[in-house]
Design a binder for this molecule. Structure first.
Ligand code: TRP
Length: 335
């Protein structure tokens, strides 16, 4: 099936890291040229964790600035903040009524997160229903996602099916859209875990981080004792090669990867050289993004871009909800 409208969401964590950039954002920026693209900064999802209300709005705005600086064009993509379109929560309630408690209880992300919390909110439990609402509200048929979201998307499909069979054909079943490369960047200080901001400073490289700090982080990335000819790569080294490959794809210096790979195979690769090369190539990718961010922030235009994104999103959402309300028999007859 050809996908015609894709939807994806990202939490307003305040800043993008290179795992987000190479794993998701870069692909969205390509897709926006071919299909309808809707990218949502999911602040309703964020409050399932204990975020600080004083910084949440700024975090959403900062995320928008990062996304635009990284290539999301608000003229091509509908970019907005989730809670500016409250229909997400209205649809979430309705979909909650066709979501099985058992299915939600089996979500591995819920089991994982709830086992670490003293207070487990029902919002955390129904997080995947809100995610289904995000996607279905726009009748999106494609969702670009990483492996960790596969189970959530499968639930969205089940919810769409159950709604359609109970109330009538309404929602397409959204398909996963896998990026051209399953880019999965791991943590620098624990290369067996996915790169994430929540694990702590040493684990990630921020797209907007100052050069010095990135150099330091790359230099202290976990490696191993050094290669011997014919060795398999340890997770830390293969992660550095992954970052190098992704960066040189953009800078055009892909020859560097082969050169260093063959040095590795011969047991002669100096890890300091690998790290310096990773740092240099990565900075070539990040420098223009950082520059654009500074310009965008100074312009003060991003708030208006988000408002106009929300207007476009709301127009679609209002139409969907009128149909949903009528199919379900809610409210007074207002058609
Ligand atoms: N749960 C997703 C994540 O943490 C974010 C998200 C919310 C999302 N709504 C979505 C992703 C809809 C894709 C589609 O990454």
């Amino acid at each position: 099936m050809m996908v015609t409208r894709v939807f994806s969401g990202i939490q307003p964590t305040g800043t993008l890291h290179i795992g987000n950039y190479f794993g998701a954002v870069r692909n969205w920026a390509v897709m926006q040229n071919d299909v309808d693209c809707i990218i949502c900064i999911v602040d309703y999802h964020s409050i399932t964790a204990d975020v600080d209300p004083k910084t949440l709005r700024q975090a959403s705005l900062d995320m928008a600035i990062d996304l635009i600086a990284s290539g999301i064009d608000p003229e091509k993509t509908i970019l907005f903040v989730q809670s500016d379109v409250p229909q997400h929560t209205e649809l979430c309630w309705i979909l909650g009524c066709v979501t099985s408690f058992g299915d939600l209880s089996r979500m591995t992300q819920f089991k994982d997160k709830s086992s670490k919390e003293a207070f487990v909110s029902s919002g955390l439990f129904t997080y995947p229903v809100l995610q289904a609402a995000d996607i279905l509200l726009y009748l999106a048929d494609g969702v670009p996602i990483g492996e960790d979201q596969v189970q959530h998307l499968e639930l969205s499909r089940r919810v769409a099916r159950r709604f359609n069979s109970r109330f009538g054909e309404m929602f397409p079943e959204p398909e996963p859209v896998v990026g051209k490369k399953g880019a999965r960047i791991m943590s620098l200080s624990d290369p067996t875990a996915k790169m994430s901001k929540s694990a702590g400073e040493s684990h990630y490289v921020g797209v907007m981080e100052p050069e010095n700090s990135i150099r330091k982080k790359v230099r202290s990335a976990v490696t191993d004792m050094g290669p011997e000819a014919g060795d398999a790569m340890s997770p830390g080294i293969s992660n550095l090669f992954e970052i190098l490959e992704l960066s040189t794809e953009a800078t055009g210096k892909t020859g560097l990867v082969e050169e260093l790979r063959s040095e590795f195979a011969g047991g002669a690769l100096m890890y300091s050289k690998l790290k310096d090369t990773v740092f240099e190539q990565l900075m070539e990718v990040l420098r223009p993004i950082q520059q654009r961010r500074a310009e965008l922030e100074a312009s003060g235009d991003v708030i208006d871009m988000l408002r106009s994104g929300a207007d476009k999103a709301r127009a679609i959402a209002t139409k969907t909800m009128a149909q949903v309300r009528s199919l379900v028999g809610l409210g007074t007859d207002s058609d």
